[in-house]
Ligand binder design. Structure first.
Ligand code: ATP
Ligand code: PRP
Ligand code: NIO
Ligand code: MG
Length: 540
């Protein structure tokens, strides 16, 4: 199916690390390449000093598995970079490689997830699963990081504020930008300014205007000669300018502004924008002076539009104190609403932008403001406060034998075996804890003993009112086995999952860790393996 290609053509078999190919060659040489393997993809620490993560990137992983394969030119290139004596049989093996014997289980995209949980579990031939490691990690790491970042912006902003993603110009390259737009939408943003992402993924596109547009206009007479009329209305530019000017004194008197000090070029730019977009008139008001020019000029044109039965949308401010200015702008809108008798002026939108981060929004909320929307770029899409999520991909089983990787740091010791995660819900409806079990253990029933994976004495009995298994099988032997959700469904899932959490787990500052536990059987198996694989030192 053509539509099941990865959305980025860079996502292909060669988008992996060289060592995956050399290891695959060694597996092949030792006849291990078709060993029956199982790998887990997971992270060890939530990002942004938080206690939750939004899992994203799954659909692109699935698309990669459905399409993975080396072209003849890939093989020709590999022949050049591998040792001279590389066996032709291995290159032939690579040429014929596809995803037909890979099975993938995963937690649904958009879910709230926690450290050490297998987000994706892949089963299939060892060498193939080795080759796709880097690609899957690349597809999940940034996607989950930026979606989590977006979810945090949504949490701090609250439900009633619109969040617009403006990051493309600052993003880490074209793919960073397009991916950020997609996963920020899932994480909680309402729209993007990135029209390619809009087209590719069906994300709503929104935009205002820039200082260059406003400052490119100079004098009203520059527009005088325009012969076109306003869209959907017989009003010419000359007439429209006259209507605007007829409101100038009244607006300036109302706002106690010296009308001769308002900037004519700015008014000209607003008129030209309103003339073009009479139904979506929203302009940037901070190019010269917000209160002595931007706001009066905006209102002059909003009133002119109203006289033609069009309703203005609002303003954007992109500098200065966003709290103070938004409150004062709202006062001006209220005054105009009352004076001119148009109630909706009180509810006009005020969008704030300019280097906004999570802390700025928290601070603005604390100070009080009148913004309806935030336009956020740099801090959101570059994940400035934490540039990477440390997802890893570890072998957990081969030919029926559980495998383990030990570490001095117990949190880095891998959890052996194929596993599933159950989420246990309490009587208030919130998740109480997740429990990682060995695949094949019965589902939790009655009173569930949840053990800390590493600390023997940390145990808790949970009596869940309900539970759910988080994993689903999305690909079975190279074929999609579960209907993939739309981006809008993924977004909705993400929103619901965050809402279900107890507030203290998802608060942004010093949140309470959510319990990720293991079953008794899992605990015993893991610790038996740790003992078996830890050599006992000799001392004299
Ligand atoms: N009331 C506020 N409380 C806290 N932070 C704010 C407030 N208002 C604006 N900010 C933030 O303060 C910073 C102001 O940045 P900066 O001083 O560079 O901008 P500016 O000089 O106002 O604008 P520009 O340089 O674009 O003309 C921005 O990050 C902005 O988001
Ligand atoms: O500030 P960010 O969160 O990255 O959001 C995107 C920014 O991009 C635009 O202006 P740009 O920064 O290009 O120019 P300006 O700041 O000089 O207006 C916009 O006005 C925002 O300020
Ligand atoms: O539409 C906007 O206002 C916009 C788009 C990109 C960057 N800054 C602002
Ligand atoms: Mg800026």
């Amino acid at each position: 199916m053509a539509e099941m290609n990865p959305s980025n053509p860079l996502v292909q078999a060669l988008l992996t690390d060289f060592y995956q190919i050399t290891m695959a060659y060694a597996y092949w040489k030792c006849n291990k390449h078709n060993d029956d393997a199982c790998f887990d993809l997971f992270f060890r620490k939530n990002p942004f000093r938080g206690e939750f993560t939004i899992f994203c990137g799954l659909e692109e992983c699935i698309r990669h598995i459905l399409n993975v394969g080396f072209s003849q030119s890939d093989i020709d290139y590999l022949r050049q970079v591998l040792p001279d004596d590389v066996h032709e049989g291995f290159l032939e093996y690579l040429l014929n490689l596809d995803g037909s014997d890979i099975t993938l289980h995963a937690i649904p995209e958009g879910s709230i997830v926690f450290p050490r949980e297998p987000l994706i579990t892949v089963e299939g031939p060892l060498a193939k699963l080795q080759i796709i490691e880097t690609t899957l990690l690349n597809l999940v790491n940034f996607a989950s990081l930026v979606a989590t970042n977006a979810a945090r912006f949504r949490l701090v902003a609250g439900e009633d504020v619109r969040l617009l993603e403006f990051g493309l110009r600052r993003a880490q390259g074209p793919d960073g930008g397009v991916s950020a737009s997609r996963y920020c939408y899932i994480g909680g943003f309402d729209a993007t300014s990135n029209i390619l992402a809009g087209k590719m993924y069906g994300i709503p596109c929104k935009g205002t205007n820039a200082h260059s547009f406003i400052t490119s206009f100079n004098k009203l007479t520059d527009l005088d000669h325009i012969e076109k009329t306003i869209n959907g209305c017989p009003c010419t530019m000359k007439d429209f300018i006259q209507i605007c000017l007829s409101y100038k004194e009244a607006v300036c008197n109302l706002l106690k502004v010296n009308s001769s000090e308002t900037i004519e070029g700015e008014l000209t730019s607003f008129i030209s924008y309103a003339f073009t977009f009479p139904k979506s008139y929203l302009v940037l008001v901070d190019s010269y002076d917000v209160f002595n020019s931007g706001v009066p000029n905006f209102l002059i044109v909003a009133l002119a539009l109203q006289s033609l039965n069009f309703k203005a949308i609002g303003v954007r401010i992109d500098s200065g104190d966003l709290a103070y200015q938004s409150i004062e702008i709202r006062k001006a809108f209220n005054l105009a609403a009352e004076h001119f008798g148009f109630d909706y002026f009180s509810g006009l939108s005020i969008i704030g932008s300019n280097d906004i981060c999570e802390e700025t929004i928290a601070s603005l909320n604390q100070q009080g403001h009148s913004l309806n929307a935030f336009g956020v770029g740099t801090h959101l899409v570059t994940c400035k406060s934490q540039p990477a999520l440390g997802c890893v991909y570890k072998l957990v089983k081969v030919n029926g034998l559980n495998r383990i990787k030990l570490s001095e740091d117990p949190i880095k010791t891998t959890m052996p075996g194929k596993k599933v995660v159950y989420r246990l819900f309490g009587k208030e409806g919130h998740p109480l804890a997740d429990i990682i079990q060995e695949d094949g253990e019965p589902a939790p029933e009655g009173r569930v003993l949840c053990r800390h994976p590493n600390v023997e004495l940390k145990r808790v009995y949970i009596n869940p009112t309900s539970f759910k298994c988080l994993q689903k099988t999305w690909v079975k032997n190279g074929k999609v086995s579960e209907q993939l959700p739309s981006i809008h469904e993924i977004k909705k899932l993400c929103e619901n999952e965050i809402k279900m959490m107890r507030k203290d787990h998802v608060r942004l500052l010093n949140p309470t860790p959510y319990k990720v536990s293991v079953s008794e059987a899992m605990y015993q198996m893991m610790h038996r393996m740790i003992l078996e694989h830890t050599p006992i030192r000799e001392m004299e």
